[in-house]
Design a protein around this ligand. Sequence first.
Ligand code: BGP
Length: 473
Amino acid sequence: MTDIAPRFPESFLWGGATAANQIEGAYAEGGKGLSIQDVTPQGIMFDRVDGPTADNLKLEAIDFYHRYAEDIALFAEMGFKVFRFSIAWSRIFPLGDEETPNEEGLAFYDRVLDELEKHGIEPLITLSHYETPLHLAEKYDGWVNRDLIGFYERYARTCFESYGDRVKYWLTFNEINSVLHIPFGSGGINTPKSELSEQDLYQAIHHELVASARVTRVAHEINPAIKVGCMVIAMPIYPLTTDPDDVVAVMNADHANLMFSDVHTRGEYPGYAKRFFRDKGVTLNITDQDVEDLKNTVDFVSFSYYMSICETADPSVKADGAGNIMGGVPNPRLASSEWGWQIDPQGLRVILNQFWDRWQKPLFIVENGIGAKDRLVEVDGVKTVEDDYRIAYLNDHLLQVAEAIEDGVDLLGYTMWGPIDLVSASTAQMSKRYGFIYVDRNDDGTGSLERYKKKSYHWYADVIRTHGASLQA
Ligand code: BGP
């Protein structure tokens, strides 16, 4: 599968990635307000409910809020160089539109940063990971409303001023292109998707892009050493057949996704986007200030990678593949995970090259992994999980990352998704496990919350220690 002996640079940032709503719990502690996660008990792909309900696993999640020191120590023991986590916006601004922040919320992340510093782990912070304060969704219809730019700027400024001297790497919006598919989960847009006009959807996207660019400038003003990245779902799209119509369909589907990072990296809308808006009859309200703001381009491009999909112009073919927020036409040549996500290690090399060729900005893989059903067993009196399937998935993907580095891609690091089992974003299950560390919690909410090291825990520690030389070609 690979011709090279994998060897990653000494400076490579190895680690893991999480999001506040999937690990912290303590949803109503420390002055935190409600977020859109507190009303989506079935996961962000599903409709919201009226308020927090007992069946919502995210309300307690894996209790990182109280156990962060223990968890960070476990990451450190694996040799983590970086830990990606998000700040819950509603911990800092419980409603989202207040003038002053919640000091108790700020103090919590200070404690997390202290712990990371103690272990020499670099933080990588996502400002908004599907966690819009609920009040902003209900009162303003989320990002459809231009006022969100100001609220987000205030929130981001507060974070940069509080932590900007100890946090170098920041991401503005998790998987910003997901708003096309989950307007409530991603953009806090309370209008049901079926009633949301394309005009409002793209105006909301515009507001997010402006906000992202504006806070990139703010970050650099506060501390020029800060590096701000965008974050997108990366999904290579293959033509289902060699029919040129399928290739054009791929081009269009690519454009719909790439537009986000094209704006982030170029500082303006690309030509194909202008045509797309014209064809759709969408007229964006773009102010002179917006045009100026957008010129603040990102320092690096980060992305999640789980799978590739196919595209075709043939309307009789169903795009019914399961997937990370956006599904697609399944690839007949690929196997799938237990949740139907197709497994394609080479797609990661393809996307790394495509992104590098296109933007020539440093890249950061900030999510990659496999959700699987694990079985806790006892080996020599120690509870563990023999997760060879997870090791195989990560091994094969990392080999392709090594290939891409060999291809000349400038890659800052790799944070595997969910280094500790957490609540799934799309299905809100505990049983869809990603971690190197098993957390004793079940889908019905029972469990001791005890942590156990899986076989992959020791495997990843070796990969980091050997700079990838222990990977099996
Ligand atoms: C991404 C999200 C993450 C994460 C991951 C895995 O879309 O950024 O929050 O959860 O997908 O998805 P899931 O949890 O649905 O398996």
